[in-house]
Design a protein around this ligand. Sequence first.
Ligand code: NDP
Length: 240
Amino acid sequence: MTRVALVTGGTRGIGKAISLALQSAGYKVAANYCGNDDAAQTFTKDHAIKAYKWDVADHDACQAGVATVVADLGPIDVLVNNAGITRDTSLLKMTIEQWKAVIDTNLTSCFSMSKAVFPAMTERKFGRIINISSVNGQSGQFGQTNYCATKAGIHGFTKALAQEGARYGITVNALAPGYTETDMVAAVPQAVLDKIIAKIPAGRLGHADEIARGVLFLASDDAGFMTGSTLSINGGQHMY
Ligand code: NDP
């Protein structure tokens, strides 16, 4: 039986690597995105994975988007909540709009997307929900009160939903990447990035493929006894 995987923010960066890894492993994959139509079209053309456009910060759009994917590919076995944004600035300068945009996109999306797939997973007695957190949700980071709050919130959400899902054969885990070469990190000024890399014992940024391999494991049958956990893939930047 071919399993169906849905990856939010699945057309660029880490999400793209996750979509491709799942496809290579034999999953039917749907990749969600929000604004970058050019990237999504190129992704679909190059990799034969359909891209579905909706804003994961919009609860109703998530319910409608999942219904469309299910109509196309069948019930969703694996949900990867990967879509995320940054609106970095110190608390002194942060506006309520910057705060809310990040909370809605990074955290409320996990609720809305999980809510959309969870009932069918309980009926089918199988599911994998993988929430992409961040090393900065574990350690904190100057200029990221909004982002760090969402990523730390993901850990609490993951542990609570893991307890609700376990009796139905649904596992819920978080994966916390360290700094990884994507457009998101390209936006960080080089001088800041150099200081960050100096603190990574591995001495380099991560590759999106390295994060995707962790997702592949969490989605697999081999990870069936692993739930409510956080898999950290960060080059040793933060250990606990
Ligand atoms: P990118 O900015 O490279 O890609 C983000 C993806 O998310 C894009 O596909 C984008 O769609 C999509 N997206 C953004 N907002 C929305 C939205 N409202 N609705 C639907 N899709 C949306 O990010 P990364 O690949 O770097 O990051 C992926 C995840 O990994 C994020 O959750 C991030 O916080 C996390 N992470 C990243 C790290 C890094 O160093 N890169 C480190 C730790 C965690 P579109 O193409 O349409 O804009």
